[in-house]
Design a protein around this ligand. Structure first.
Ligand code: GNR
Ligand code: NI
Length: 173
């Protein structure tokens, strides 16, 4: 089932998410919904908080072609280490529709997570995957990429989103 994505400003997006204690069918079904919502958007990553569920769950798929889908299901993801060197990507966020900015982050990271079978795994990431992982783990801690921008740029984006949300309301009512 496709879910609705929350758009900033929304206080839920600023909450800290809770770890999963047991990987069961409820969690697997929720992550299936997250993946469907992400592919439909479309996006390359989605944190559960973006659909209003305050749990430490992330789905990612950075594959380019629809036919070669390669989803990653990350439960309780934790970044163990980050590289000294950084890289810059133009980031977008499904909770910040139409907004993009160049963000500098550690180029590589080492991730620990639990998979859909409840098994602990580690993953070394670089490139877009590393950036996407850091972007998603930020969501679990209530952080959005606009928090790394100057107050002026951040305020401009929030103002646009408030206007955008009011326009959506007008269509619905
Ligand atoms: O779809 C997305 N694209 C993207 C591009 C650069 C860096 C991060 C991302 S994640 C984003 C989807 C999203 O909002 N995930 O939380
Ligand atoms: Ni995002």
């Amino acid at each position: 089932m496709k879910r609705k994505i929350l758009i900033e400003p929304d206080p839920i997006l600023r909450k800290k998410c809770e770890p999963i204690e047991k990987v069961n069918d409820d969690i697997r079904n929720l992550m299936k919904d997250m993946l469907q919502t992400m592919y439909d958007a479309p996006g390359i990553g989605l944190a559960a908080v973006q659909i209003g569920v305050l749990k430490r769950l992330v789905v990612i798929d950075i594959s380019k072609e629809e036919k070669k889908r390669d989803p990653l299901f990350l439960i309780n993801p934790e970044i163990l280490s980050k590289s000294e060197n950084t890289s810059v990507y133009e980031e977008g966020c499904l909770s910040l529709p139409g907004q993009f900015a160049e963000i500098e982050r550690p180029a590589k990271c080492l991730l620990k997570y639990v998979d859909l079978n409840g098994k602990e795994k580690k993953l070394k990431a670089d490139g877009l995957l590393s950036t996407c992982i850091q972007h998603e783990v930020d969501h679990l801690n209530g952080i959005l990429f606009i928090d790394y921008l100057s107050k002026l740029k951040k305020d401009m984006i929030i103002k646009k989103l408030v206007k955008h949300k009011k326009e959506i309301e007008r269509v619905v009512v």
